[in-house]
Design a binder for this molecule. Structure first.
Ligand SMILES: *Cc1c(COP(=O)(O)O)cnc(C)c1O
Length: 375
């Protein structure tokens, strides 16, 4: 029997060497590795500025602050995402206003945004969900028409492209995240990407306790700042991951293709939607189960797969149904039926760049057995 994790970082001797080298230099923060990591990240995303921070969540938080979003403001976003794409708005006292998702792409449904815009709306924060790019052309049009800021949460979309343009380059500012289950990892870590110097400078200063970008005395703080710095070990690892990113993304694409091929004819499940003028960087691999396997049945499948040594997961629980969103903003079950239905039917299978074909065969045959046998 195999024991297959849900995700696994792709670490080689190059990353190990890079981290050890940093330890030998004894320069552990704010050093050359930070500069190197930021430079290569900006280049690969195709933007002018990159500011590395200690998580994707920190990156989102600083962008929200940089845009001056706060008390009394509203930000339009998706309820189908990891919690931090919406928490970052709540941190600053603004209200996340959710818009239903598109059934196929699972990203925000751009046709339903305008009806939610009020005179309090300050920004749209769209997420490239499960690596599938949001509809950036339409989002840009709407943002322009109503003079709104546009934020790209590309935490899950390193390596993805929308109409030939790289994810991480859309909107006023974007982020990548580097938690170990993402395409590239630094352990913990995230990065802000932008072409706007003001946003870049504000974020760099805020991440480093509000110090001036240059020429600040160590204990001089010109604005309210945070310690969101990313250390040199993480940056060294991140730079190597960026250098290897082509290889890593191409391995992930191959794994996804194998899954697609082996799963596409199985009854009662849909393989991930990857249609359109897009390329995916493949963050996770999730299938959509038929209605008769939704909810508790899906959870039972997860536990049955677990008994076979295969780690699966539901992905995501809608943000508007999280207890503190219900209490704080009056959202409730039933508000976003497509999001809720997707959440009940989605099943994430083990997915990482070194997943082997015999492991995929084992996962697919076990899943097929469970679906055919019924629960
Ligand atoms: C992972 C993720 C984040 C945040 O990443 P952390 O580094 O864990 O803070 C934000 N948004 C989305 C959509 C994510 O998947």
């Amino acid at each position: 029997m195999f024991k297959i994790p849900l995700s696994e970082a792709d670490i080689t001797n190059k990353e190990i060497k890079a981290v050890l080298n940093v330890l030998k230099t004894k320069r552990l923060s704010l050093g050359p590795e930070l500069e190197k990591f930021e430079k290569i990240s900006a280049k690969l995303a195709g933007v002018k500025y990159a500011i590395a921070v200690n998580s994707g969540t920190s990156a989102l938080h600083l962008i929200v602050r940089a845009l001056g979003i706060g008390q009394g403001d509203e930000v339009i976003t998706t309820p189908f995402s990891f919690i931090s794409s919406s928490n970052c708005v709540v941190y600053e006292g603004a209200k996340p206003v959710f818009v239903e998702i598109d059934e196929k792409t699972l990203c925000i449904d751009v046709s339903k945004i305008e009806e939610k815009i009020t005179n309090k709306t300050k920004a749209i924060l769209a997420v490239d969900l499960f690596s599938y790019p949001a509809d950036w052309d339409e989002l840009n049009k709407i943002a322009k028409k109503y003079k709104l800021f546009l934020i790209e949460d590309s935490a899950e979309a390193f390596g993805s492209e929308y109409k030939g343009k790289k994810c991480g380059s859309f909107g006023d500012a974007a982020i990548f995240a580097f938690y170990p289950n993402k395409q590239l990892t630094t352990g913990e870590g995230g990065i802000i990407l932008t072409n706007n110097k003001e946003i870049a400078d504000f974020c760099r200063s805020s991440a480093n306790q509000g110090r001036k970008i240059e020429g600040s005395k160590w204990l001089e703080h010109i604005r309210l700042g945070y310690n969101y710095r990313l250390d040199e070990m993480s940056c060294a690892m991140g730079a190597v991951q960026m250098e290897r990113s082509k290889e890593i993304i191409s391995k992930r694409r191959k794994v996804a293709e194998l899954y697609n091929k082996k799963l596409k004819d199985i009854k009662d499940l849909e393989i991930p939607y990857a249609v359109g003028d897009v390329k995916l960087g493949w963050f996770v691999y999730t299938v959509k189960l038929a209605d008769k396997f939704a909810g508790e049945k899906r959870d039972k499948i997860i536990s049955e797969m677990g008994k076979k040594g295969i780690a699966c997961r539901d992905y995501f629980q809608p943000i508007h149904t999280q207890p503190f969103y219900k209490e704080g903003f009056g959202y409730k079950e039933g508000d976003f039926p497509i999001t809720e239905d997707t959440s009940r039917r989605n099943l994430a299978l083990p997915f990482f760049s070194d997943l082997k074909e015999n492991q995929i065969n084992y996962i697919v045959s076990n899943l097929k057995n469970i679906l055919e046998k019924g629960l």
